[in-house]
Design a protein around this ligand. Structure first.
Ligand code: MSP
Length: 516
């Protein structure tokens, strides 16, 4: 069985994640479930990034020790991942003893082989980003990443010889066009960062305590990005002696999913670290776009934050999964609002999917008491419909291969739409009026049930609970990817899977709840 190792970025354990931070785990989950459906041996890892000055400060503000603070937040993040029904295999934490030990081994090895050296650092430090900048890098005297104030700092620090590996990395990226996706990000990395030349990276801090100690100098804490990035290997059995069989099975990762803001860390620092450790590079890093609120960043200070658990209580988990997976395009940022969520639920989930399943099962019940076989009384219009069902696997695969998740969902919904059209074209209610057309009527319903069954299989990775519910109502556990001629259906009474929402009523309800 071919293996597939997929990761998300590990989330900062600095606060409750909003719906934007939650997008990535849902995206990763859809891909992981899809790969499992296609027969891959999948390992899906996520978790929390728990060290650093910012977290130390937040814990202090809260009157907690950093460990108490991250224990709570990490638990909350995991709870939200579970609310979203994500099927990760392992939830890792950077405060885990094993991880800390291996990070120390990595630091020691890099030092012993001369890739890390001690020097004096002077520069501008941005605390929220935990990054040092030079005069030239500042934008209007502020941090180029987040635009906030920076402080002048001078400290003794360990440095990593990035420039030593720069040419090898450029060559690797150019010879592996699939490595950085989407392609625009690859060009950005090469032209803006690699070609101008890499500076040695400052990889330790002495100004705070909450982190992993440098093993041979306990004044120093390992730079949070070395600590965080290493999670991808420390948790699958890596050690500096080469690692165990589990590590050999899973590494290199097949896909690192990360947001566009941290693609630089994953396509420059991380590969160079791996080269220094003499390990193969991950096969692909995908920098996904962001979810915005009316084209603005979500933030507490702007008061425009939405949380996944609140949205799930309002609309249900699969409606929110659908929204995230469908509305955030492959390259450009997506946006979210209550109005847009309701619009999507009504137009796609209720009108197209819910309606089709409900109409079909109701007719099967009404005309045949739920028992449907293929009577094979075919007419011309059937062949294009059956062809559409049979091409779904290939159409979805094409999109998934390129990680165009929203378009993969469109392929399924096009097939559902075609099924609704097939009902309008065949008019089962008219066929039901003529006794001589009974076998044709049963054939039409059989074709529709097959269409629904195949769509439900491909919906599994995206809307797992809905897919299970369709299978329950069809009383089948057949997972075939294409139209089969000899199934026997015995469907249950229909239960609506998605209801239309009265938009103004729901919006008023949400507004009233907010005021409480
Ligand atoms: N801890 C680092 C990652 C270390 S990985 C070795 C980090 N954490 S984070 O909590 O800030 O972000 C986690 C992920 O969520 C990142 O990939 C980030 O890009 C993503 N997102 C944060 N806000 C987002 C949106 N508004 N929309 C979509 N993704 C967003 O970075």
């Amino acid at each position: 069985m071919e293996k597939f190792y997929i990761t998300t970025a590990i989330a900062y354990a600095s606060g409750k994640p909003h719906i934007g931070n939650t997008y990535e785990i849902v995206l990763a989950d859809a891909i992981a479930r899809y790969k499992r459906l296609k027969g891959f041996d999948v390992y899906f890892q996520t978790g929390t990034d728990e060290h650093g000055e910012k977290i130390e400060g937040k814990a202090l503000e809260n009157g907690q020790t950093p460990q108490e603070f991250v224990d709570n937040i990490s638990r909350e993040i995991k709870r939200i991942w579970d609310v979203m029904n994500t099927s990760y295999d392992k939830f890792v934490r950077t405060t885990d003893e094993h991880h800390k030990k291996i990070v120390q081994h990595i630091f020691q090895k890099l030092y012993d082989q001369g890739d890390i050296y001690l020097d004096q650092y002077e520069g501008w430090y941005c605390t929220p980003c935990e990054s040092f900048w030079t005069d030239n890098q500042l934008v209007d005297g502020k941090c180029p990443d987040c635009g906030r104030e920076v402080k002048k700092r001078s400290e003794e620090s360990y440095f990593f010889r990035m420039s030593k590996y720069q040419d090898r990395l450029i060559e690797y990226i150019e010879n592996h066009p699939e490595f950085i996706q989407p392609e625009a990000r690859k060009n950005e990395m090469i032209n803006n960062f690699l070609k101008p030349g890499l500076q040695d990276l400052c990889v330790s801090r002495t100004s705070f305590d909450w982190g992993i100690r440098v093993p041979f100098n306990d004044k120093h804490i390992v730079y949070v990005w070395i600590d965080a990035l290493s999670n991808y290997i420390t948790n699958i059995g890596y050690d500096t002696d080469g690692g165990d069989d589990t590590f050999k099975k899973w590494w290199p990762a097949d896909l690192h999913l990360v947001g566009k803001d941290i693609i630089r860390f994953h396509t420059i620092y991380w590969p160079i670290l791996l080269m220094a450790l003499d390990l193969p590079l991950p096969k692909q890093v995908f920098g996904h776009p962001w979810l915005l609120m009316n084209n603005d960043k979500m933030s507490k200070s702007k008061g425009n934050i939405m949380y996944a658990d609140d949205l799930v209580s309002l609309f249900g988990v699969d409606a929110i999964r659908y929204y995230l997976l469908h509305e955030i395009p492959f390259q450009s940022d997506g946006t979210i609002s209550y109005e847009l969520i309701i619009e999507r639920i009504n137009s796609d989930l209720a009108n197209i999917l819910g309606n089709l399943v409900n109409r079909t099962i109701s007719m099967a019940k009404k005309y045949f008491d739920g028992e449907i076989e293929n009577k094979k009384i075919l007419e011309d219009m059937d062949s294009s419909y059956i062809e559409m069902i049979n091409s779904l696997e290939e159409r979805v695969e094409k999109r998934m291969f390129k990680l165009e998740i929203g378009s993969a969902l469109d392929e399924i919904f096009d097939t559902l739409r075609a099924s609704n059209k097939y009902i309008d074209d065949t008019m089962p209610w008219s066929l039901a009026k003529e006794e001589t057309k009974r076998d044709r009527l049963e054939t039409v319903l059989y074709n529709l049930l097959e269409g629904i069954q195949v769509c439900a299989v491909f919906l599994k990775p995206f809307l797992p609970a809905t897919s299970d519910e369709i299978f329950r109502q069809l009383q089948t556990n057949n997972l075939s990817f294409c139209f089969i001629n000899d199934h026997k259906y015995c469907v249950l009474d229909p239960t609506p899977i998605f209801m239309r929402i009265d938009s103004s009523k729901k919006l008023a309800e949400i507004a009233a709840n907010k005021e409480e």
